[in-house]
Design a protein around this ligand. Sequence first.
Ligand code: FAD
Length: 535
Amino acid sequence: MAVKRVAVIGAGISGLVSTKTCLEEGIEPVCFEQTEQIGGIWVTSDRRVPGTETRGAIYDCLITNSSKEMMCFSDYPFDPSVPPFIKGNQVLSYYQGYAKQFDLEPRIRFNTRVIRVEPTKDFDMTGRWHVKSQGPCGEVDEEVFDAVMVCSGLHNKSYIPSFPGMDDFKGDIVHSCDFRNGEKYAGKTIVVVGGAHSAGDVAVDTSMHAKMTYLSMKSGTTVLPRAGPGGVPIDAYINRRVRGLVPLALWKMWLQSFISYRLNMESLGLKSERPLFSSTSIMVNDLIGVRIWCGALQAKPNIARLTESDVIFVDGTVVENVDVVIFATGYEFKFPFIDRSILQESYKDLELYWHIFPPRLSRQTLAMVGATNSAGARGPIYELQARLAARVFKGLVELPCQERMLEDVARRKNIFKKLFDNHKIRFAPIPYCDMLAAKVGCLPRFIDLLKSDPILAFKFIFGPNYPPFYRLVGPHAWPGARHAIMKAEYNTVNPTRTRIVKNPGTDQSSLFFMFLLVVFPLCIFMMIFVMVIGT
Ligand code: FAD
């Protein structure tokens, strides 16, 4: 049956891009958003949505951990004057601009929460869904949709682990979703718990004001700077197709030495107990080392127990008279509106083919957009997920049989379990994005690029994987894509070039960067070429 109307649940990043994608595919989207505005976690509203735990997860000091040219949508670049790493309110403005540009707001029903999604009785024939929603005045509405895109996010409920003695503790226990800035903690003794981005930000910010801040981590972390070699943003440095041509062992060695060159994580007490690519916690942070060096912040192991006033760690050390314990320990995701046989509420159980489609449904008319936790920027990944989902709904892309989908789900789960010893969905973005793009039909062929536009072909292999690469060809290609790719590097560095340096010279690390990502793979190419000619 032809899919004409789609229910999109949520108007965060994944909901916005799903709504826009439906429109460009000629499908009518109805986007339900339980709050009064778009943006999801990027809205710093302190108002709890009645009956839910959802609220903004962003604090005042937050600066994106991905650079703007890598986190934009493929056909909507950031304003060139915006610096490479931006604050939460600028991120929100970008998404508001996106909604305006593609006229998405009229498609969104604000203050309307989806309370139930169920297959219709004739689902096996039609693939349709009953969607029950509750409007601003409590009125309940029920409609039938041809398909559903679940975009309700992964940050639905704050997660706080439990420790012995927590109930006896007389100080405050808060979650990072309630943290706005460190000023409130002036003169206090703070223990921050967690090893990822938010934990680092909260610990650094409180350490500027508190009497003393301690950062407690279960198994340490891996700290990445925002700037990579030669001042290239680290995500733009890492996410290049050419990386696949560098032997993994060499690449690991190089990244490890780059990280250690910037920060001796062992001597700062931060170092992860797991190997670099299997580290369960990663933190993009440029200040944590200095805060530890100046004695305002100290790393600690996991908490063993709490007493009325103290925190006791597993190594037996004690911090006395703790005023506040801030848990930056992440979130749980919840799908209260749908049956657990379709969407499960833990990474361990969640079954999604290509991290999008519940494989046990008899008809593929439901997609989860935004379920991945991949390294790097999320927006461009969600965009490809939405583009693929819309094409599956339209019958333009066919999914394999249930057995093959379940096999693939199990295979992916095993990979994550082996690598991280947990079920978090974390992977390098390019292979996944290229796979989705190939299915959508928007992955450029290197050989075609080489023939028609060698400079672009060079950038495709050696340059950062800027999202507009997925708008050069295929459905809904964007005429501005080539220009956006060509300008991206300039738009990254130019906003901060506010004083002209007459003799800039060459940065040593840039030379190494050139060697690893350009010269080395070229040499390998040439060696293979010579060998092939010789035989
Ligand atoms: P959300 O933003 O959670 O949006 C979900 C929306 O669905 C919300 O508006 C919610 O109200 C609505 N909703 C939920 N349930 C219902 C319902 N039943 N009915 C109607 N509406 C509903 N990513 C990056 O790429 N770069 C970064 O630098 C970065 N920094 C981050 C920093 C922090 C502190 C956090 C927490 C995350 C960060 N992320 C970053 C990841 C970020 O989560 C994603 O980029 C993205 O914002 C998730 O968008 P989403 O739309 O999937 O989910």
